[in-house]
Design a protein around this ligand. Structure first.
Ligand code: 6R9
Length: 635
């Protein structure tokens, strides 16, 4: 057990060194002590970043659901596995025990088998954040089917593209979903998508909203009656360590979405081990991650990581603003949440609201706060720390990616001293390096460069579904023998990492490398500013100049625009340097964002460059209408 739960900084360094000196021995020990295997591996690791080919625990046999469910039954059968908090706070929360979850998974697995789903088949899951979503993932894993979850906010076109890319033969969906005061008719979206998906033979439909829907007689069935009839036990399919567990699509900087493939054993070992340490999870804690299971954060840190540890994981169906902006704080108080994991975009949105929403709730159960998905700016970090954590709960700013499967750079709470905007130190077993433009490693501290990882870790994605060449070209050709993350980072004097943003967002102004994140941080610190995004645009003398898009808080609305522009540039000058001053500042009411809350800078760059002829695909935006507004008022 000694390696499983890091308790102080010295131990971190000790275990880290051990994990890097002999990764095979390190991960073998973790795998041996904390999981159940049907057969032991023959070889811990073989890898070749040139092909690229990575195999962990080759020869081992297992089923991940035996690790997430069956093995807990003797000791944790009556413990709550999932707390389901519905969209409407008046609807009762559900507490699903490990025994009940096991039964529900087995029943759904049997329904899938009855519909001809076999090991290796792909099943598309398009569901809101209801218990059936977690059950569906695990039911696929139970029988060795590969799940492909598509976030239930994607359009029918996006859904169809993903279904066809991986040839899914069955879709699990619901009649509709609740989101705040609204409901969305998901089945209508599925029906439309399936007009272009001839390979889908069956659709299983969860009843959630009760809206009237169309059912294609030969294709569609209500799920509940089938579950009621299904046998409550299901023998787990025995999988090879490297059998695919799931496909999850992530958008590339160009082209179609990439179906990242994660395999079984390594993914299980790494997500479980990181969950335990990054959240310092203890047996009776209640853990809540606000992500949607449609994203990697939900896969790894709502479902697999927590359940592999026998944890209690909360699933929230709703939105932070319903019935009011106090909902997150209400849920924390109601379920006495101990670990809370959310995204900077949510923190910034809530920080704009009155503090009373937060102050009326008892948040004293909190022990650890997490952040993921984008760099957290200094102002949001302090707001989170002061108001949510009351300076008593360490913030873990966790950097990782769909491709990495699990958290890669992060503080360990109560172990690693935190610094705002720094993801701090590599997690155990992770070997980050910074590279310069000439593909040379930048050694030492107080340097910045492109973030690569030079040694495989157990949960690295193994390929892109159906396109191994693209996998190689995207991640393994920029730097020889390295996984290239696409992010820039700096390493400070003590060796802490700060992620500065995608390198495609790095702007070189007069020969100086400027990351967007620190500049945006300093803009956001202006009391009148709610949020901002900067991009580069061509400039005669400097090569590139900076264009800022700024959303004002209400307090800024009545202010003189020219004065505000001066103050913002003064602020940047003070925080980053005069070189980072903005040539143009456009005040906007919103920024184009993807559904996972990331700013789509590609569009902003085009507008700033006065090149709006071909904005590319804007269909995945949360707020496509904002684009025209920004164009109309461009400077
Ligand atoms: C888990 C997830 C990955 C990209 C990544 C980076 C950004 C994620 C971050 C962060 C700064 C953090 N990112 N976490 N940037 N600090 N703590 O978000 O996966 O959706 O694939 O996004 O998100 O740019 O490369 P994914």
């Amino acid at each position: 057990m000694s390696n499983y739960h890091i308790k102080h900084l010295e131990e971190y360094y000790q275990v880290y060194r051990k994990s890097v000196r002999n990764p095979e021995a390190f991960w073998e020990e973790i795998a041996e002590e904390h999981f159940v295997w049907r057969k032991r591996w023959d070889n811990v690791l073989s890898w070749d970043f040139k092909k690229p080919e990575i195999k962990w625990f080759e020869g081992a046999k297992l089923n991940i659901t035996e690790n997430c469910l069956d093995r807990h039954l003797p000791t944790r059968g009556d413990k709550t596995a999932i707390i389901f908090e519905p969209n409407n706070p008046k609807e009762e929360a559900l507490h699903i025990t490990y025994r009940q979850l096991h039964e529900r998974v087995c029943r759904m697995a049997n329904v899938l088998l009855d519909h001809g789903v076999k090991k290796g088949d792909r099943v598309c899951i398009y569901l809101p954040m209801i218990p059936e979503l977690s059950v569906a993932l695990l039911a696929c894993a139970r029988i060795g089917a590969i799940h492909s979850v598509v976030f239930a906010g994607f359009s029918s076109h996006a859904l169809a593209t993903r279904i066809n890319d991986s040839d899914c033969k069955l879709v699990i969906t619901s009649d509709g979903s609740f989101r705040g005061s609204k409901s969305i008719d998901l089945k209508v979206i599925v029906d439309k998508a399936l007009e272009g998906c001839p390979g889908v033979a069956n659709v299983l439909v969860v009843k959630r909203t009760g809206t009237k829907i169309n059912m294609e007689p030969a294709r569609d069935k209500w799920l509940q009656p089938l579950l009621d009839e299904a046998y409550a036990d299901c023998v787990a399919e025995i999988m090879d360590a490297e059998d695919p567990l799931f496909i999850l699509y992530t958008s590339g900087s160009t082209g179609t979405p990439k179906g990242m493939v994660h395999t079984t054993a390594g993914y299980m070992v790494y997500t479980a081990y990181t969950f335990k340490n990054v959240f310092q999870y203890r047996e009776h804690d209640v853990y809540w991650c606000t992500a949607d299971i449609g994203w990697i954060t939900g896969h790894s840190y709502i479902v697999y990581g927590p359940l592999a540890n026998g944890a209690t994981t909360l699933m929230f169906e709703g939105v932070p603003s319903y019935p009011d902006f106090g909902r997150f704080w209400d849920v924390i108080e109601k379920h006495k949440v101990n670990q809370f994991y959310t995204a900077p975009t949510a923190i910034r949105a809530l920080a704009k609201e009155k503090l009373e929403y937060l102050e009326k709730h008892d948040l004293s159960s909190l022990k650890v706060l997490g952040s993921v998905g984008e760099p957290i700016n200094e102002e949001a970090w302090h707001w989170y720390n002061n108001n949510v954590g009351k300076k008593n709960s360490p913030i873990v700013d966790t950097w990782w990616q769909t491709e990495t499967g699990g958290i890669m750079i992060t503080p360990i709470p109560y172990v690693t001293p935190t610094t705002p905007t720094y993801a701090t130190l590599p997690f155990i077993g992770i070997q980050p390096v910074l590279m310069n433009e000439n593909a040379k490693e930048i050694k030492g501290n107080q340097v910045d460069g492109r973030l690569c990882i030079k040694f495989p870790w157990p949960s690295i994605a193994r390929t892109i579904w159906g396109n191994h060449d693209r996998y190689r070209d995207t991640y393994f050709t920029a730097y020889e023998n390295m996984y290239f993350t696409g992010d820039g980072a700096l390493r400070d004097a003590v060796g802490y990492y700060r992620i500065t943003g995608r390198v495609d967002d790095v702007i070189i102004v007069s020969g100086h490398n400027l990351g967007t994140a620190p500049i945006e941080d300093s803009i956001n610190e202006h009391p009148a500013v709610a949020e901002s995004a900067i991009v580069g645009f061509p400039h005669d003398v400097k090569g590139n100049a900076l264009y800022g898009y700024v959303i004002l808080k209400e307090v800024g609305e009545s202010r003189d625009r020219e004065n505000l522009r001066k103050e913002i540039n003064q602020q940047i000058t003070e925080h980053v340097g005069p070189i980072a001053k903005l040539d143009k500042i456009q005040f906007v009411t919103g920024l184009p964002k993807t559904r996972s809350g990331k700013i789509m800078r590609r569009i902003l760059r085009k507008i700033a460059s006065n090149d709006t002829s071909n904005l590319g695909d804007t269909s995945t935006l949360l707020n496509p209408e904002i684009v025209q507004e920004i164009i109309d008022n461009a400077l």
